[in-house]
Design a protein around this ligand. Sequence first.
Ligand code: NMX
Ligand code: MLT
Length: 469
Amino acid sequence: MVFHKGASLLTKLRSRAVQQPGLRNSVRWFQVQTSSEVDLHSQLKELIPEQQERLKKLRSEHGKVQLGNITVDMVLGGMRGMTGLLWETSLLDPEEGIRFRGLSIPECQNLLPAAKSGGEPLPEGLLWLLLTGKVPTKEQVDSLSKELRNRATVPDHVYKTIDALPIDAHPMTQFATGVMALQVQSEFQKAYEKGIHKSKYWEPTFEDSLSLIAQLPIVASYVYRRMYKNGQVIPMDDSLDYGGNFAHMLGFDDPAMQELMRLYVTIHSDHEGGNVSAHTGHLVASALSDPYLSFAAALNGLAGPLHGLANQEVLLWIKSVVGECGENVSKEDLQKYVWKTLNSGKVVPGFGHGVLRKTDPRYTCQREFALKHLPEDPLFKLVSNLYEVVPPILLELGKVKNPWPNVDAHSGVLLNYYGLTEARYYTVLFGVSRAIGICAQLIWDRALGLPLERPKSVTMEWLEKHCKK
Ligand code: NMX
Ligand code: MLT
């Protein structure tokens, strides 16, 4: 049975695209599959030559067009606002939030195939969309689910490598170590050692990427079960899709938790190219490091508290609020707690963003999920109160560019509600999800022959002299 909720939305989008040329560009890639005959690999093979031509034309016709000025502030300020990367799979608008190949999160929820009627999108469908720019049919998604299950065998040495770490090593350390151990199976590395022609790089990159994506939930759930469930591992269920299986292997069989996992993986998958994890993956891969090496590097960036670890920090912070003020904390006491955090030189986790200037739509869709499934949960109510209390305080500080909540402000209370209470583990879930975006772009990096990334750096002395001229 095919669950395509979005037929009418699709018609609306198409007619809007015809009326508005700007929108037409943003949905340039957007198509719905009409046939399920071709597999993902064959589709990519078909798409690559036309995209290579497109890039060639862009370069030859517009290579010298300026995209803005680089200021000293940008160089000293973490390159904020500096356009410097090509990233095809998604684009972030500061006001609207993320679009995956032109589709917003609500559009993905409407258009991508689901496990059940009216349900959350299947992450495999998003992977297909990111790779091809086309909304897949349910049959195509099912066949990709099956392919991922077929690739989901983790070599024994990976478990042994993880087991060599202390049991209380941070879950992200255990997870990234597991990914490094997976690297020994890299097809790209083998092909490179044999002297593969550069025009073929994308093929072993595709192989490695799919195997990596397939095996990550197994490694991740191994870490979880090792740390928190006495090492009792749960095998994969062949009747389940990617997100459902991940929840199952972690030990959660509530259908609502499986739906949450599908949504979670989908919305955390990609956030254009400049965020720390995506950028790191892209940078490392630009040296022709294989997908395992590149993704392990990305994970190490994700493990930082200003990036992916913020989801852990948020739940720990919320629990510290409850510890000090109780579950039914008043807004006045919440305000005091926020000020106490700020006055002790810490950030309020889950608020602010390097690009976004409005509430993150990934926060909004998690809020909608909570309103539907857990409206009475005390921690959800606390998160809702924080939405009112924190932004005015951050604005009062006078330096915060975006006082609104980001994706991490909400994810923890949803997971906690379904029993996944171990906050230190949360960034691993983000990591499994982020592989989908990073690997999809990485395949295109190789297909388009993108070069080694090597920006110029300067010293303070150089800047001082330059500015005096
Ligand atoms: N709480 C307190 N101070 C903040 C916050 C916050 N939530 N957000 C920004 N600021 C401060 C920031 O530390 C900086 O202070 P200073 O000049 O003293 O160094 C000042 O405001 C200006 O920063 P912005 O330009 O607004 O933000 P920037 O682009 O540098 O950083 C974040 C973006 C996301 C790192 C920052 O907002 C932050 O630290 N947020 C809390 C951590 C968080 O939620 N991270 C997750 C981001 C999403 N993700 O998943 O990766
Ligand atoms: C992400 O999802 O990567 C974060 O929101 C951080 C970012 O986009 O910079």
